[in-house]
Design a protein around this ligand. Structure first.
Ligand code: IMP
Length: 190
């Protein structure tokens, strides 16, 4: 059975496809010939997840799920949060976003942070949402080369390594996205 993931982000597709039962064939936006960068105009993570799923449902008439993720840092009043992708500007550069976060935190010791993912699933026009959170803290410098986005500076709870220093399997066992996805799969009774 086809399951449409309303994203063009290949990293996210790769992570989700590794968690998915082989009953499903995961399709991204490109697979349904959608090449639009769906505008994320909501001021909440949940709102943006819903916007993306609703866009595909409205324009392609297909049931699908979408997700939105934000990094919330306590000392920065929970920024970048919903602005995580564009934190350092419209270029959406992970390098620049990381540099901005590290600069803003400076040598501060209280670096508690969390990733929050909301998955929005739209089925015949009805929307359901599922949230996943991983607590952790921000490293003093980038470490590791795996993963994507803010992974090189995020150290999850009970760990000394960043997500970027972990294997994809290790990240997938505890990540915000995995936690939200597990709830979604439970809802589908899988
Ligand atoms: P969005 O959900 O695609 O809007 O992503 C928001 C921002 O968070 C982007 O800069 C992503 O690169 C980043 N991001 C999303 N998911 C992850 C993750 O699992 N690890 C690290 N960064 C992420």
């Amino acid at each position: 059975m086809d399951l449409i993931f309303a994203t063009g982000n290949e990293h996210k597709i790769r992570e989700i496809s590794k968690m998915l039962s082989n009953r499903f064939n995961l399709l991204g936006l490109k697979d349904i010939q959608c090449f639009v960068d769906i505008p994320e105009t909501s001021n909440t993570i949940q709102g943006n997840a819903i916007l993306k799923a609703q866009y595909v449902y409205d324009n392609y008439g297909k049931n699908c799920f979408a997700e939105d993720t934000g990094l919330e840092i306590k000392a920065l009043d929970m920024r970048p949060g919903v602005f995580s992708a564009r934190y350092a500007g419209e270029a959406k550069s992970s390098e620049a976003n990381i540099a901005k976060v590290l600069e803003e935190l400076g040598s501060l010791e209280g670096r508690e942070a969390r990733f929050r993912t909301v998955i929005a699933y739209i089925l015949d026009g009805n929307i359901m949402t599922f949230e996943g959170i991983i607590e952790g803290h921000i490293a003093h410098q980038k470490m590791g080369t795996d993963g994507f986005g803010y992974d090189p500076i995020f150290i999850p709870e009970n760990e000394t390594r960043t997500f970027a220093q972990m294997s994809a399997k290790e990240k997938n066992e505890i990540s915000h996205r995995a936690r939200a996805f597990k709830k979604f799969m439970n809802h589908l009774n899988l």
